[in-house]
Design a protein around this ligand. Structure first.
Ligand SMILES: NC(=O)c1ccc[n+]([C@@H]2O[C@H](COP(=O)([O-])OP(=O)(O)OC[C@H]3O[C@@H](n4cnc5c(N)ncnc54)[C@H](O)[C@@H]3O)[C@@H](O)[C@H]2O)c1
Length: 435
């Protein structure tokens, strides 16, 4: 392994290795906190000076990291944050947790990984362990990141160590968080995998080594493609059931009683978040270069993309049934975050639903305890309390089923409710129109 692996392993085992996290978002901050809790000194580096300042003040902006947990770690010097990459000179390990969005053309946007790696290359020194965590196409670590680091003249597996480890965090999940979600890790060389695994074993409960960075990259894409396609399937089922007058929710619950060979997925207003609507297109972009069309992905993407239109048609039809045109009607949207009980609006289908409703002339308002304001078609819109508007609205649309909402009170106040999440399961009323 050369002379640099041994001392790095020792520093990791003794937890004296200086840990760096590049990108302090939903992924990076919880990860850094886990390593700090395990006794490491952790330095977060983010291009956002305000995020670095907030971390240094002990104020968390990530729901899964309570400030009560972060603050003592900052006060005892275990966590610090900066926007100055020169600190990389002092660090032994670096986890890259920067965004990987899509360009408008649905091609991977590698600019964040590129920028992060350029900074790392600038302050690169022997004995470093670099781990890419951002979700990306298979081949990124060895074809994109490795050449940038090898320009230093150092040899991978000997003078530095490079791995990919997919981030599988599920924000807002009370049962599975960073520390107890098994961590898959694959290195460029066996020494890289060994040191990368050793590193995660210090802070996380279960580490799963795999034979290469490509396998590790593909694991994440399989998981997210699996979800995307199954959601696409069940959304198509919802369209079929609607046409045939079958309650799709009751049907899925009954199917889910099968104790083997079935896993329930649920329909909804469309896909949201930073992962499921985006990551599979990283895979289809890459496979296209290899001459394979990822047809399941394209089909599921198409069906899922139709769901906001389907919801808006449902609203229009529901209003027609009470002799009201959608144009000029007051529509109140309940929940805009991309899923229940989180504060993340990225790619939320609520934005599509609201945009389409507005385009058809509806007058909009919304409630969301986690999202106080949003921008819709270039205009600022502010959340209002449901009880102030539900009674006046011509139709309420439940887009995100936050558990903080009082659904019984809503049903009492509202005149008409289109429920895209089965939030009103167990309630029976003429007012309810289910997906
Ligand atoms: N959020 C999730 O639930 C989740 C789950 C699994 C995987 N992922 C993946 O993890 C990665 C990070 O996602 P996230 O949700 O934490 O994103 P995020 O937007 O919450 O955080 C990314 C952070 O990186 C910072 N940043 C951007 N460019 C930078 C640079 N060049 N150097 C340093 N910092 C930089 C941003 O300011 C931001 O704070 C993405 O690839 C995402 O697909 C996210």
């Amino acid at each position: 392994m050369g002379s640099w692996g041994q001392p790095l392993e020792e520093r990791i085992r003794s937890r004296t290795a200086q840990v760096g996290i590049v990108g302090l978002g939903y992924v990076g901050l919880p990860l850094g906190v886990e390593f700090a809790k395990a006794g490491f000194s952790v330095t977060g580096i983010d291009v956002s000076e305000s995020k670095a300042a907030q971390v240094n003040a002990g104020d968390s902006y990530v729901l899964d990291v309570p400030s009560a947990v972060l603050r003592p770690l900052v006060e005892t010097g275990k966590v610090r944050a900066t926007a100055d990459f020169a600190v990389l000179r002092e660090l032994d390990t670096v986890n890259i947790c920067v965004p990987t969005p899509l360009r408008k053309t649905k091609d991977p946007d590698m600019s964040y990984i590129d920028a992060a790696c350029r900074e790392i290359a600038r302050y690169f020194h022997p004995g470093m362990l670099i781990i890419l965590e951002s979700t990306t196409y298979p081949g990124t670590t060895d074809e994109f990141v490795l050449p940038m680091l090898e320009r230093s003249g150092m040899r991978v597996g000997q003078e530095f160590f490079l791995c990919f480890s997919p981030e599988r965090v599920d924000p807002g999940n009370p049962k599975y968080q960073t520390s107890n979600i098994p961590k898959v890790v694959g290195g460029i060389t066996p020494a890289c995998t060994r040191i990368g695994s050793l590193f995660y074993e210090q802070a996380l409960q279960n580490v799963v080594p795999v034979s290469s960075t490509k396998v590790a990259e593909m694991v994440k894409l399989l998981e997210n493609t699996f979800r995307m396609i199954n959601i696409g399937l069940v959304n198509e089922m919802a369209l079929m059931c609607d046409r045939m007058g079958i309650n799709v929710w009751e049907m899925i619950d009954a199917a889910a009683t099968k104790p083997f060979g079935f896993m329930p997925f649920y329909p909804g207003p469309g896909l949201g978040g930073h992962c499921i609507p985006i990551d599979p297109f990283y895979l289809s972009w890459k496979t296209r270069q290899a001459g394979i069309e990822a047809r399941f992905i394209e089909l599921a993407g198409y069906i899922n993309g139709q769901m906001p239109h389907f919801v808006v048609d449902k609203v229009q039809n529901a209003l027609n049934d009470v002799a009201k045109p959608l144009k000029g009607s007051r529509i109140h949207v309940m929940g805009v975050a991309y899923k229940r009980d989180i504060d993340d609006l990225r790619e939320s289908p609520a934005l599509d639903v609201m945009h389409l409703l507005k385009r058809r002339g509806a007058l909009l308002s919304y409630s969301d305890p986690y999202i106080p304001q949003l921008t819709l078609d270039g205009q600022e819109v502010y959340a209002v309390a449901p009880e102030t508007v539900a009674a006046e609205a011509d139709c309420v649309v439940i887009v995100t089923d936050h558990s903080a909402f009082d659904y019984a009170a809503l049903l009492e106040q509202a005149r008409l409710i289109v429920d895209t999440r089965n939030a009103l399961k167990g309630f029976t009323s003429e007012k309810i129109v289910r997906l």
